[in-house]
Design a protein around this ligand. Structure first.
Ligand SMILES: Nc1ncnc2c1ncn2[C@@H]1O[C@H](COP(=O)(O)OP(=O)(O)OP(=O)(O)O)[C@@H](O)[C@H]1O
Ligand SMILES: [Mg+2]
Length: 252
């Protein structure tokens, strides 16, 4: 579904991603680990086509289409979606309006179906009438992001730290909705949607059994393997040692 080949990306004249390769098949979920500042968010923003992220080399192919030069709007229409690590506050735009846009409606009111969606994420009705993310707590921001994805239902979803700052009960809620969004409740042969999840704590991995994990160091995928094994190595020995062990002992 997503194929990234030899990708090199610059932000503000600084090379952040270097010769990165990544393949995510239809129905697969991958996890991306890596230290602060290694380029994880940059990779996701580049896949979504934000203008500040300049592709210097390489290609991004989605559903067999080379989207390297597509606008963000075109990529989203093709089925890409993302929950942001730090989404902006949007003064004057209500969360309910954003959910309507995500549902494909130009305008509309807060109806019962939207309230039902919000309830599933433990979001009270009054939040739908508030400006997007304005004054939302850290955990509320994460749930508002997932609510918009639930309405949009993209085929390929990128989650940038969906579990950071979220309390234990809401992590379970978010984890379960992510499973649904990523077709994880279906038999492997019936899964069509795919995803890429960035997490530091790995909490969300208790609810989603991912297919593959990657460790990113200095803008490159430094090693890849089975999620449980990679998580254990990172937690016990750190990122660099995990990469060393992978190269000594072979794939995790
Ligand atoms: N607009 C920008 N101008 C200059 N440097 C930038 C800009 N955007 C990102 N960077 C730099 O690119 C590097 C990678 O940032 P990125 O946000 O991708 O890291 P990350 O792996 O997501 O880290 P974290 O785990 O802290 O979220 C950082 O050193 C960051 O300061
Ligand atoms: Mg980040």
């Amino acid at each position: 579904m997503l194929k990234i080949k030899n990708l090199t990306v610059e932000v503000e004249g600084k090379e952040i991603i270097r010769d990165l390769n990544l393949n995510i098949e239809s129905g697969e979920v991958h996890v991306l680990f890596g230290p602060n500042g290694c380029g994880k968010t940059t990779l996701l923003m580049t896949i979504l086509g934000f203008p500040n992220y300049k592709v210097k080399k390489g290609t991004i192919t989605f559903k067999g289409v080379d989207i390297t030069d597509f606008t963000t709007n075109e990529r989203v229409k093709l089925g890409l979606g993302m929950s942001f690590q730090h989404p902006p506050e949007i003064r004057g735009v209500k969360l309910g309006d954003m959910v309507n846009i995500a549902l494909g409606k130009k305008e509309g009111e807060i109806d019962e179906s939207m309230i039902e969606l919000a309830k599933r994420l433990n979001i009270a009705v009054e939040f739908l009438n508030r400006d997007v993310n304005l004054g939302f707590s850290g955990g509320e921001v994460k749930r508002s992001e997932i609510l918009q994805l639930l309405a949009q239902a993209p085929d390929f979803i990128m989650f940038d730290e969906p579990d950071s700052g979220v309390d234990v009960e809401n992590i379970e809620l978010i984890g379960k909705i992510m499973c649904e969004l990523l077709d994880r409740n279906k038999l492997p042969s019936k899964r069509e949607r795919s995803g890429l999840i960035i997490t530091h704590s790995g909490f969300v991995m208790h609810y989603i059994k991912a297919d593959r994990a990657h460790v990113m160091l200095n803008g490159r995928i430094a090693c890849s393997g089975m999620p449980d094994e990679i998580t254990k190595r990172i937690m016990e020995d750190g990122f660099e040692r995990c990469v060393e062990l992978c190269s000594v002992k072979g794939a995790c």
